[in-house]
Write a protein that binds this ligand. Sequence first.
Ligand code: GLY
Length: 428
Amino acid sequence: MNVLIIGSGGREHALAWKIAQSPLCEKLYVATGNAGTAQIAQNIDLGINDFPNIKKTVLEKNISLVIVGPEEPLVNGLADFFRHDPELQKIKFIGTNQSGARLEGSKDFAKHFMNTHRIPTALHRSFTPETLQEGLQYIDNHSLPIVLKADGLAAGKGVVIADTYADARKNFMEMLAGKFGKASQKVIVETYMHGIEMSVFVLTDGKNFITLPEAKDYKRISDGDKGLNTGGMGAVSPVPFANEDFMLKVRKRIINPTLKGLQAEGIDYVGFIFIGIMNVNGDPFVVEYNVRLGDPETEVVLPRIESDLLEIFDLTAQKRLNEVQLKISPKTATTVMLTAKGYPESYEKGTKMTGFENLPKEALAFHAGTKTLDNQIVTNGGRVIAMTALADTLDEALDISNRAAEILKFEGKHYRKDIGFDLKKLVK
Ligand code: GLY
């Protein structure tokens, strides 16, 4: 079958890499893709929210299955557009409808959903400009630190962890005054959870589900979890503390009620649910839901999947996920993200990259922000490339990822040298 992946980051390169291995895959397209996806698929220059042109491409290229990488087109209703268009109705589509996408598109909806279905999460209250004074009082009586979240999508920047009341009040007022536009017309004030975070990924067809390998992401820009928040600087799978006992709690207290809740609310959810989980003294709490795979988590999750992912997507779209026996490698996958100078603040693009031919042959270089210019690969984003390795042990995998990160060269390159170090002591 001909397949279209929508998106252009490391997550989409990893999806393309995995799908290209399927004997079911005939032609593979990525919109818009990057220099890495161009090596294994055909890139198409297409806006992720340009629904009419996505339709035109799908019909012209005879595509029978579409996978959506990022959340934005889902929040904007791309799945609904396919479902309601007579010419697109039969196309298999992996990505939730707009109703389900509220799990990520509205933090207020997600919190109410969790409270309604008794899914453990931090205590919260939501405020609007009309209830600003009430919100300030709530903040003054709250324990520190205080978490503030913009209700809507804010390009990953809508969460503030305030360590002082002054900082919390300032950010709260700025957010309600429109710091993130429409996204912060409502602000969620939440209790900070002390613990260690991990990412759990579920694929559901609306009736059945499978749980993919879990991962741990490293969000801060610098070693020792210091500095600004990023989209993710590296990841590891499996997560040593996510043992059988903990994952049983995750399944019973979080995954099962989430899926039952969606059904109870009449939401026909077909696609990924990425659940950010905080392990608080051995008990799991939901930090947030996302309606997509994580990035760079995908770069360690997919290499551990031994089953044919395209076959799984095909069955998902047919609501036959109950027929899938997911085969997962017991090996450890690690990834180290290389970023451009200045990231996560403003950064340069178009910097020449060299050293691809010298990378260790066991390394998987998943391109994130790259493109080809005059036959040369150059940087084209803040997060540039994720160096993944799959090996028998965490140490071996990290050695390959770190060597690859060192070998690839571009001016201003930055990467964390301590990915996975916190987990070493937990590995038996
Ligand atoms: N790595 C976190 C995310 O994809 O949101």
